[in-house]
Write a protein that binds this ligand. Sequence first.
Ligand code: NAI
Length: 375
Amino acid sequence: MAVTIGALVERAAGETRASLVPEVAEKFAAAGARVLLERGVAVGAQFPDALFRKVEWADGADAVLAQADVLLTVQPPTLAAIGKLKAGAVVVGFMQAHARAAEVKAMQQRRITSFAMEFVPRISRAQSMDALSSQAAVAGYKAVLIAANTLDRFLPMLTTAAGTIRPAQVLIVGVGVAGLQAIATAKRLGAIVEAYDVRSATREQVKSLGAKFIDTGVSAEGAGGYARELTDEERKRQQEVLDARIAAADAVITTAAVPGRKAPRIVSRAAVERMKAGAVVVDIAAESGGNCELTRAGETVLHGGVRIVGPVNLPAQLAYHASEMYARNLYNFLKPAIGRDGQLAIDWNDEVFAQSCLTHDGAIRHEATRKAVEG
Ligand code: NAI
């Protein structure tokens, strides 16, 4: 029988994104799946129901949960939703497993097969499924716009009848996917851009975007292309060089993260106090503890004339395109598991499915999560 793919209106506070958009729903239908949706499923992302073709509309959320073989989500499923899913159903979405022990246990007990988009391996073949990257790019872009909007200055150089305006200096700290998009966006707006990352491999990427790489003499390549934690000595050296660049900046965008750990502290209170009046820090890492000592998630803090913005869920502020990219990531992830007859058949020898699996068949398959949940 054809697989039933379901999606609901996201219920988490502030979540405007959707797990399915019309273009992708149609692709699932073309692949032979039955698509069953709750009314208003993507209205928060500005996709009215009328745009969806070749889908069925369920009589409420519970009807979707009762029938779905595969539930697509943005945020992790709630305990209530998990309780209403068919035993053995599949859930695919961001799972935030480190913070959702109860949900993980519930999915284990109900023999739900869950796939965490955060755990999709970052191999070339899986780039089109990489939801961390697609959403990080949105965050990097939006962070620069927030900085531009918060500043009482221009970003570009302007030559006007009233004289020449000097371009703003923007500093990007952390050059992963979000940082690269932040550099590109700030450049497009005409700012002078400097960037810094502990991974020296980013130097060439920064330069190729026309920005200047700040050399602190500290390199911290870790496993799998991610950063490792720094030693105290390295941190001190990094800090001295960076503090001078922070003081010179009109806007600082921080995006630094180390997987599974609290965000590294990079912008101290003292460094903020050396910044000029009217300068702005936009801290993308606000939700994981913040790269700036003064960041408060979800708030804008005014400290001695400097604004420190701590946005939460930035992708939800650009929900249309964030949803479009996310839904495509989900499709690219699931498509190999949909057979010619529209049936679901997961190849457990495929490292993408194996590594992104959180729970399956009554077990927690993701090792780090299993240790954290089961002790
Ligand atoms: P992330 O969100 O984990 O971290 C953001 C950035 O912060 C990283 O570049 C990291 O090096 C940097 N950082 C950590 N501690 C820092 C510190 N103390 N000071 C300054 N910077 C610090 O990174 P993201 O965006 O998830 O990318 C991580 C890696 O994965 C990168 O190497 C990226 O190129 C790679 N990647 C590979 C893909 C693929 O091959 N399919 C797709 C996407 C990313």
